[in-house]
Write a protein that binds this ligand. Structure first.
Ligand SMILES: C[S@@+](CC[C@H](N)C(=O)[O-])C[C@H]1O[C@@H](n2cnc3c(N)ncnc32)[C@H](O)[C@@H]1O
Length: 263
């Protein structure tokens, strides 16, 4: 069973913004749901939940060293964040890099999501935060003196903090609507670092197999794909294949960084 949006006849995209009251008030389909049941019964197309410095991704210092070392001789690196949602992961990636030299070559990060509503929200540059995220950001802001990148506000009416990226940070990201299943054709084959995290279980099995192969044939030298724990998590795969297996079967090779694969 698939529930249709009465206005557009599009499948309803359930948004899990229970963690972000601010957005659940603004987004049409906010509210809670049972993810596993929703996936099994087919009424959930995807969720948009994300947050700053998601552990499997951005608390991984080795990843930044790995990237810096890999691209040390390159003057331009193409960074993509597919399934970017509001951009928490994209901003985390950028903030995580600030400590390093010669970083402008990584920007702007091409942040893409196939959900039009979420890209519209992302372009408002308003990020509701949980306490843990606030703590992480403050730690970085203090250490690196980067408050030029984000201002933090206590929105006491809504019982939460909000981060507003400044123009300096906004200029390092370019948001657009795109489905990775077609858009892989727009990825630069060489020197591309692609974040494709925490959405593979939402893609039907046949499409996932095709996607892994298409990415493999599209990419060339010095290109990488990063996935995350959710993409391999049996609990949500509903019998379909983990992204790691699909990427390896397509020909990608593991790297020393967890869930990072090399063409
Ligand atoms: C659970 S969120 C993950 C957000 C972020 N990547 C992270 O790791 O925190 C999944 C996002 O992927 C997007 N998505 C799902 N399938 C997609 C596809 N085929 N192409 C582009 N975006 C997709 C959804 O719209 C949603 O915003």
């Amino acid at each position: 069973m698939r529930i249709e949006n009465q206005n557009t006849s599009q499948p309803i995209c359930f948004k899990n913004f229970s963690r972000a009251v601010y957005n659940s008030r603004k987004i049409k389909y906010g509210g809670s749901y049972n993810l596993q049941e929703g996936l099994e019964k087919g009424y959930i197309k995807h969720t948009n939940n994300s947050w700053m410095f998601r552990p499997g991704l951005y608390k991984c210092r080795d990843m930044y060293s790995f990237i810096s070392n890999t691209y040390r001789h390159e003057s331009k690196v193409n960074v993509y964040d597919y399934g970017c949602s509001l951009g928490y992961g994209t901003y985390s990636f950028i903030l995580g890099f600030l400590r390093r030299k010669n970083i402008e070559k990584y920007f702007p990060v091409m942040a893409k999501d196939y959900d039009k509503d979420i890209i519209e929200e992302a372009k408002k540059y308003t990020l509701p935060l949980q306490y843990g995220e606030l703590y992480d950001i403050k730690k970085i802001l203090r250490q690196e003196n980067i408050n030029q990148f984000m201002s933090l506000k206590d929105d006491s009416e809504k019982w939460q903090y909000i981060a507003y990226p400044t123009d300096v940070l906004k200029n390092k990201v370019c948001f657009s609507v795109a489905d990775i299943r077609d858009d892989y054709e727009n990825i630069a084959p060489i020197n591309s670092f692609i974040m494709a995290t925490n959405f593979w279980p939402y893609i039907p099995q046949d499409d996932k197999i095709k996607l892994a192969k298409n990415l493999y044939y599209r990419l060339e030298k010095n290109s990488y794909i990063k996935i995350d724990m959710f993409d391999n998590n049996q609990k949500y795969l509903n019998g379909s294949t983990p992204a790691e297996t699909l990427l390896l079967d397509a020909g990608f090779k593991k790297t020393k960084i967890e869930n990072l694969f090399k063409k």
